[in-house]
Design a protein around this ligand. Structure first.
Ligand SMILES: Nc1nc2c(c(=O)[nH]1)N[C@H]1C(S)=C(S)[C@@H](COP(=O)(O)OP(=O)(O)OC[C@H]3O[C@@H](n4cnc5c(N)ncnc54)[C@H](O)[C@@H]3O)O[C@H]1N2
Ligand code: MOO
Length: 400
């Protein structure tokens, strides 16, 4: 077994990026599109509004008819009909004519303005106007909100409620999106139990199953938590075989060299181990394998290590399958205080961000609060032993 022959992070990422998985595209109904990632550019097929529209309730007029109107010299127009929202107007205004119109209705031919009913006086079939109006007052012209053909949304956009509203506004009922990668999540260990179960001595509640499943969902993937495999060959094998129904399998725990750490030997038996050990801290005991063409990740058991390595190794693959960037983005911050690192091992140090300052969280990988409190982690190169207070560091954000 290629046990703990540690490889640099870049090599592990190269292997992951070359796995034979490709983004898949599917069409979904607009009502199912929230949270999905667009696999196409969307241009508006129509003008919005689709017609010259009244923006107030009142009287459609020819504005030039009102230009001489004043309190002392009111203009009287003849009301020749009514136009309500949703109707095609059957009338055309001539000189000296007006029509009652509701908000949202189509402006009739001949009219170029709408005057609110509050500021005119209606007497029988006449309307008395004491103030001039101007072209386009009380009117929204066709296509002034969104002209037909406008690029509305770019491929790669994650659809939130604003984006689905925009699609609805232009009448698009189906969109092409990237298929959600289906990810099986398995926790391992005799000591791990599920929330709600009785906490007997020696047992701990599962953190990784929940955290990894929900991180997959936050990234836009579909997570299937298969439960907890016990530290024996049958249980682990059963869960791994079940996991192979999905696109990617993620296990946590049991990745290091302890006697009960069986994950590696089972992956080797069923498929191939590509990596067992990465020269990073945390994450040294990480496994990357392939079974039946499906990637299988064995992440460390400590939750902080598990989620750090998920962010470094698995999140890029899920992003790529959703049409996004494989590369992990980094931002620059300044270190709050001096830090010592392990020479010869690239370290990812959890930090809390306060403005431009990155405050190290020094509780160690064993503490769950290390990752709960972390906004990101600082990438400390392997040849660096000391980082000074105020030194510029690269931070990988710990959110998706
Ligand atoms: N002799 C050595 N021992 C260890 C080494 C080493 O290099 N030599 N590395 C340590 C480091 S670093 C890590 S990380 C762990 C990783 O080991 P495993 O991946 O085999 O993880 P486990 O031993 O199964 O678990 C470690 C720790 O995390 C707890 N755990 C596991 N799963 C969960 C879960 N789903 N939710 C919450 N907590 C979980 C588990 O109970 C252990 O306490 O190995 C060190 N040892
Ligand atoms: O490798 Mo462990 O994952 O250092 O915490």
């Amino acid at each position: 077994m290629a046990f703990l022959k540690v490889v640099p992070l870049e090599e592990a990422l190269k292997i992951i990026n070359s796995l034979p998985l490709k983004p898949k595209i599917e069409e979904v109904a607009l009502e199912e599109a929230l949270g999905r990632v667009l696999a196409e550019d969307i241009h508006s097929p129509i003008d919005v509004p689709p017609f010259d529209r009244a923006t107030v309730d009142g009287y459609a007029v020819r504005s030039q008819d009102t230009w001489n109107a004043s309190e002392s010299n009111p203009v009287v127009l003849k009301v020749i009909g009514e136009i309500h929202a949703g109707e095609e107007p059957q009338i055309e205004l001539g000189e000296g004519e007006a029509a009652y119109i509701s908000t949202g209705a189509v402006l009739p031919k001949g009219a170029d303005a709408v005057i609110e009913f509050e500021i005119v006086e209606r007497k029988g079939d006449e309307v008395i106007i004491t103030k001039p109006t101007y072209p386009q007052a009380g009117v929204m012209k066709a296509g002034t909100d969104i002209p037909k053909g406008t690029l509305l949304l770019k491929k790669g956009t994650k659809l939130g409620f604003k984006e689905t509203a925009l699609l609805s506004a232009v009448g698009i009922s189906k969109v092409k999106v990237f298929a959600k990668p289906k990810v099986a999540v398995i926790s391992t260990g005799n000591e791990v139990i599920l929330p709600g179960e009785d906490l007997k001595r020696g047992k701990i509640y599962d953190i990784n199953g929940r955290a990894v499943s929900d991180a997959v969902r936050e990234l836009g993937g579909e997570a299937y938590f298969l439960g907890i495999a016990r530290d024996n060959e049958e249980s682990l094998k059963e869960k791994i075989l079940e996991g192979l129904k999905y696109d990617i399998v993620i296990l946590s725990g049991g990745a290091s060299g302890g006697t009960r750490d069986l994950t590696a030997s089972i992956i080797e038996e069923l498929g191939e181990i590509k990596v067992h050990g990465i020269a990073i801290q945390p994450g040294k005991p990480t496994i990357i394998g392939v079974i039946d063409g499906k990637p299988i990740f064995g992440l460390p058991g400590y939750p902080t290590s598990c989620l750090t390595n998920f962010t470094l190794l698995v999140a890029p693959l899920i992003r790529k399958l959703l049409g996004g960037e494989f590369e992990t983005q980094r931002i620059k911050k300044k270190l709050a205080h001096k830090v010592f690192s392990v020479k010869g091992r690239r370290q990812f140090l959890p930090v809390k961000l306060e403005g431009e300052i990155a405050k190290p969280i020094l509780k160690g990988s064993g503490a769950v609060t290390s990752f709960i409190e972390a906004d990101g982690f600082v990438d400390i190169p392997e040849n660096v032993e000391i980082l000074e207070e105020g030194e510029e560091v690269e931070v990988i954000l710990f959110r998706f």
